[in-house]
Write a protein that binds this ligand. Sequence first.
Ligand SMILES: Cc1cc2nc3c(=O)[nH]c(=O)nc-3n(C[C@H](O)[C@H](O)[C@H](O)COP(=O)(O)OP(=O)(O)OC[C@H]3O[C@@H](n4cnc5c(N)ncnc54)[C@H](O)[C@@H]3O)c2cc1C
Length: 466
Amino acid sequence: MSRERLVVVGGDAGGMTAASQARRRRGAEDLEIIALERGRHVSYSACGIPYWIGGTVSSVDDLVTRTPEEFRDRYDVEVRLRQEAVGLDLDARKVVVRDLDRGGESRLGFDQLVIGTGAVPVRPDIAGIDAPGVLGVQTLDDGEAVLAALAADGVRRAVVVGAGYIGLEMAEAFVQRDLEVTIVEAGPQPMSTLDPDMGVMVADALVGLGITLQCGEPVTAIETDPDGRARAVATRSREIPADVVVLGLGARPNSELARSAGVSIGVTGGIVTDARMRTVSHDGVWAAGDCVQTVHRVTQGPVSVPLGTHANKQGRVAGINLGGGYATFPGVVGTAVTKVCDLELARTGLLEADAERAGFRFVTATVESTTRAGYFPGARPITTKLIAERRSGRLLGAQIVGREGAAKRIDVLATALWNEMTVEDIAGLDLSYAPPFAPVWDPVLIAARKAWEAVELDISDRYRAR
Ligand SMILES: Cc1cc2nc3c(=O)[nH]c(=O)nc-3n(C[C@H](O)[C@H](O)[C@H](O)COP(=O)(O)OP(=O)(O)OC[C@H]3O[C@@H](n4cnc5c(N)ncnc54)[C@H](O)[C@@H]3O)c2cc1C
């Protein structure tokens, strides 16, 4: 039997997890693996970049899970850095590769291909957006550029464009570095991934941290100084001086390479795969990570959710299948967690607006509680909101905003949601209790009880109305 060649395009969570899983199942005599990465690092944690910039993580090396040498020695995977795939000829089964340091292009044949090209950060098409001093935080190289900008003399004011989770994490990093921080957000409130009543708590907390928050103000231009460097962020109503500008506007699937080769792309812009992460359009062509489209388990609709948790799982599924095993990716429920200083935020499932769009009728319950027994030192506030389907009481979504110890409670709710539990079932769960960890009624249980009361009230109101 002749040796097959697997080429992986994109050397981070999706691509490299697929490579290492495939290797676990197929030896080097059976499968040659070559990974192409246009950057200078593979297998890194972009998620850690804000904490590196803020100083919590001291070295970039801590963010690299495995070096190219480790891939070679441990997995017999050949990593080629600074090599960009610029074209795919899927009929001839070749990747067109550009050498970014030396220049020039070559063609690399493959039998199996994994596309793990990740996401592209959103950059608004406005004047000055490409000026020096306007920075992204997608890769470790970006992180290095932010640190270099902060090291310059006289840097005191940072403006973060976008109040999603990356924007908030960057705001925290800049607060930790004692900068004056402004967040500019086009929407009416920070964290559009939370309902407005929960987002307003985030807004209050940001202001409490000394961050200036300008919501409802799309950025119209980046103003530059005579040298062409960013000096201010302009909105329709103001100009905010900036020594450094960071973009945190979200990301969309980086699927252009696949699209131009004829690979099927879905309505979200992500590559369409089956549950085993095989592209639906081409045999032997797989995709994993931020570049793919997946299924939301509550709405059953297509979504692209650029999170490391999915990229790793999808890469693993692709690698197991490539290696001759069997695995499927089951979809997502939209679980996410973040923090800004000591404020923790978490969500899973649908927001009210998502539930309405999907045609669900629902009730909500929001409860204020504490993370530990109220009398126990360190008890901190936590607000838990549940959205439950009318009549059935099935949990549709949950959100948490609170202080230390609050956010990870979302995992109980995500598990319940995944298993299509009702809020009545959740209210009866045998969750742990001791004063240092929770009140005797955990906030999750109280919220579920209140939500079930709302479901019952709704049923009896409608019964009476008949
Ligand atoms: C600042 C920040 C914080 C985050 N925090 C979290 C978090 O807390 N939790 C969480 O779950 N997720 C988080 N994420 C998201 C998470 O990092 C991504 O979902 C994950 O990295 C996706 O992995 P991936 O392999 O699909 O894509 P990427 O990590 O984007 O990797 C794709 C790789 O492909 C390379 N590439 C692209 N095109 C080509 C080409 N044509 N040729 C060669 N190479 C190419 C890119 O250089 C890149 O290295 C964060 C992201 C950022 C930016």
